[in-house]
Design a protein around this ligand. Structure first.
Ligand SMILES: [Zn+2]
Length: 192
């Protein structure tokens, strides 16, 4: 049997990503050196064209990953992981990614094409409750903080308006308290 027939048998003759039953083709998951049955996915024309042309991605189509990310096939998981990374700014794909578990080996495969790399390097600031902070947000101090290099104490409950984020370090933000620009640890603030 050829690869296409093997994949048709494995999948029950449907797209392993979205379940469509027409226009099914072999997708060798890059890098193709893995190849073969374990390195391939049976995918429909809609999925394939969107995988290959990121500009044409219709995020709603990929809600199908909600199911297919739980596939037992590593190749399917790798494609799901890459597409979710590509779409994660939409919010729900990030939630799915957070639920997803890949073995180290499979994760290395998933990352081999560079998809999702920016995300790993991205510095994300979170407040004491884990809420993501952005430049310009307003926060409140959840405890009294001694201000380094001065005798000032920033009191618990003080609102700090229009914070700015430390671009290198997710632990720090800056903001003005009593007219003075101070550095604050994110774990001591709560977003307003
Ligand atoms: Zn499909």
């Amino acid at each position: 049997m050829g690869l296409l027939e093997d994949l048709q048998n494995r999948s029950g003759n449907q797209c392993e990503l979205c379940g469509a039953t027409e226009d099914l083709k072999v997708y060798e998951v890059p890098p193709v050196s893995t190849g073969g049955l374990d390195g391939s996915v049976l995918a429909c024309a809609t999925c394939l064209s969107q995988i290959e042309n990121p500009d044409t991605v219709d995020s709603n189509h990929w809600r199908c990953l909600n199911d297919s990310m739980w596939s037992e096939q590593d190749a399917v998981k790798v494609v799901a992981w890459r597409m979710l990374n590509r779409l994660k700014s939409e919010g729900w794909p990030q939630d799915l990614l957070d639920m997803m578990y890949l073995d180290d080996e499979v994760l290395a495969w998933a990352k081999a094409t560079g998809e999702g790399q920016d995300a790993a390097d991205m510095v994300v600031h979170r407040d004491s409750n884990g809420v993501v902070l952005e430049n310009g947000d307003n926060v409140v101090l959840i405890k009294d903080l001694k201000v380094k290099g001065s005798s000032m104490v920033a009191k618990q409950g003080t609102a700090v308006r229009r914070i700015s984020l430390d671009r290198e370090n997710a632990k720090y933000i800056e903001g003005k308290v009593d007219g003075q620009q101070i550095v604050i640890l994110t774990k001591y603030v709560k977003k307003l």
